[in-house]
Structures are given as C-alpha cells and as structure tokens.
Design a protein around this ligand. Structure first.
Ligand SMILES: CC/C=C\CCC/C=C/C(=O)SCCNC(=O)CCNC(=O)[C@H](O)C(C)(C)COP(=O)(O)OP(=O)(O)OC[C@H]1O[C@@H](n2cnc3c(N)ncnc32)[C@H](O)[C@@H]1OP(=O)(O)O
Length: 280
C-alpha cells in the first residue's frame, strides 16, 4: 500500500499538470486577477461555475488579498453565459445541481467582501453579463463586444435575481427595456445607461480595471465592506430565502417542451453560424 503511494502521487501530479484549469488565478500585491478559461467561449457549465465560486472563496480566505479583477483568457469573449448544453435535453439531477451552482456563484460574487472589478474585453451575454454586474465596477472595451441579458431572445426568462441585480445596476426602466427586449449593448451605450463604468480601447481595459480596483481599495476596509453589505444583502437574501423554490421553478420551466424546442433552435443556429465562420 505504502509503495503504491508515490505512483499514485505521480499520476495525480501528472493529471493536474495536464488538466487545464477552468479558472486561472494570478496574485498581485494585494489583489488577484481571476481569468475564466474554458474554451472556446467560457460558457458557464456546472464545473466552471463551481470553479469561480471556489476561486472567490479561496481569495476571501487569503489575508493578503483584498480585491480581484474578473477577466477572461479569451480577449474576444468574457463569457457566453450559461452553457446551453446543460439545459438542453437535461438529466434532472444534473440540472438541479447546475442551477444550485449558478445560484451559489451569484451569491458568492455579489456579496463577497473583496472589492471586485470586471475587465470585459469581449462579448458578455446573459450569465456573462450577470457575472460582470455582480462586480463593484465594470470596464469594457470599445468597439464590437456586446453585453446584456438577452434571455427573451432565446425564448427563456431570466430568474428574478438576475433582474434584481440589473435593476440595482441600471434602474427599473432601463432594465425593463434591456430585459424585455433581450437587448445587448456596446460599451459606449452601456456607459450611458450605467451598466458600464468605463469604456476604453481594449488595450487599456486591464490598466483601467486596476485603477478602479485601487480606488475601491483606498477606502477604509471595514467601511467599504459594511457599505457593500448594506447595499447588497437585501437582494441576496431574497434568493437565499427561496433557493429551493427558485430551483424548482427553473427545472420545471427548463423541462417544458416549449423551452426545449427553443433551446434546440438556438443551439442549431449557433452551430450553423460557427460552421459558416469555419468555412470562410
Ligand atoms: C431554460 C432556461 C431558463 C432560464 C435560464 C435563464 C438564465 C440564462 C442565462 C444564460 O446565460 S443563457 C445563454 C445565453 N448565451 C448566449 O445567448 C450566447 C450565445 N453565444 C453567442 O452569441 C456567441 O457564441 C458568442 C458568445 C458571441 C461568441 O461568438 P463566436 O463567433 O466567437 O463563437 P461561436 O458562436 O462560433 O461559438 C463557438 C462555439 O461555442 C458554442 N457556444 C456559444 N455560446 C454557447 C453557450 N452559451 N452555451 C453552449 N455553447 C455555446 C457554439 O455553439 C460553438 O460551438 P461549436 O464550435 O461546437 O459549433
């Protein structure tokens, strides 16, 4: 048994060195850069959601770390939102675990005492937009990338807590339009409506994100954390008190024929677009 141990350890080490990590953490002096790293588009499957949750939790436990920049290893895509293949033709048990992972990741990121800034270089639809909105500030690159909650365009409905976070960020009327019409906007329009704090050329996204983070970190820490809690706890508590009900609503909705056929159509359209791109 003891003789097996080094072999087992060597295998585990090899596996760890070859399995790409879904989230990369780079620690700086008193903050970390957390890069989503699930090719090709950082679609949020259960494992990526759990990895984000664990990454934030581990940074919260590190006494030297006071803040984080949430970013992507893919400069063209921040995150494509929830992985649609998790919701299409699902197994109920996995679907339930997937939604719980989404709820947990939202609650962790929205209420973390760390100061958080989203550095958005590329597209950020739906669940990607939620991750960005959970941060204290958002910097986005000018030009092509779009951000927004586009769920209605897919024929699905965002849960109340995604709506609440958007209302807290851009107000009721703008949310009504963005959410109802499934709109995605570029950085300039995002800045006009308060969804984005800074719209800058792509090469400046990280330096401006760092500047914003340092501004948050210049505030006396306990005052900053208590104020964040005061602003956000009520919204988070609304979901905490209804976790199971929200999950049941999602699972029931997702498993309807109507939603399954909408997801099938959307996946087929994505595939067709990808094939046309590859053929060029
Ligand atoms: C029932 C549910 C009820 C309630 C849930 C409410 C909450 C839902 C939240 C969500 O997040 S839903 C997901 C919404 N996301 C989107 O609409 C984004 C869809 N994707 C795109 O628009 C584009 O892919 C892009 C992100 C702009 C990137 O474009 P690009 O041209 O760079 O890549 P391409 O489109 O070719 O995609 C590459 C590859 O990735 C697959 N893909 C893309 N997005 C997703 C996704 N969200 N889930 C799963 N897979 C995705 C795409 O099909 C291609 O795959 P292929 O290479 O195998 O063809």
């Amino acid at each position: 048994m003891l003789r097996c141990l080094p072999t087992f350890r060597a295998r585990a080490a090899r596996a760890m060195s070859t399995t790409p990590s879904l989230v990369q953490i780079e620690k700086k002096d008193n903050y970390a850069i957390v890069r989503l790293s699930r090719a090709p588009v950082n679609s949020l499957n259960m494992e990526l959601l759990q990895a984000i949750d664990e990454a934030v939790q581990s940074l919260e436990q590190d006494k030297n770390i006071k803040g984080m920049i949430l970013s992507s290893t893919n400069p063209k895509i921040f995150s494509a939102g929830l992985d649609i293949t998790e919701m299409y033709q699902p197994k109920t048990k996995r679907l339930r675990e997937f939604w719980r992972a989404f709820q947990n990741t939202y609650l962790r990121l929205y209420t973390t005492p760390l100061a958080t800034v989203a550095a958005i270089e590329g597209h950020s639809p739906a669940g990607g937009c939620l991750l960005a909105m959970c941060c204290d500030s958002r910097v986005m690159s000018l030009g092509g990338p779009l951000i927004g909650l586009n769920e209605t365009k897919l024929g699905i409905v965002a849960p109340f807590w995604m709506r609440d976070v958007m209302v807290n960020t851009i107000g009721h009327r703008e949310t009504e339009k963005m959410l109802g019409l499934g709109l995605q906007v570029n950085a300039l329009r995002g800045k006009e409506i308060g969804l984005i704090d800074e719209a800058v050329p792509v090469e400046q996204v990280h330096s401006v994100a760092e500047k914003l983070l340092l501004e948050w970190l210049s505030i006396p820490s306990s005052a900053r954390k208590l104020t964040k809690a005061m602003m956000r706890d009520e919204t988070a508590q609304k979901l905490r008190s209804r976790l199971d009900e929200d999950r049941s609503n999602f699972v029931d909705f997702c498993e309807t024929d109507k939603v399954q056929s909408a997801l099938a159509g959307y996946l087929a359209a994505l595939k067709k677009k990808a094939e046309a791109k590859a053929a060029k």
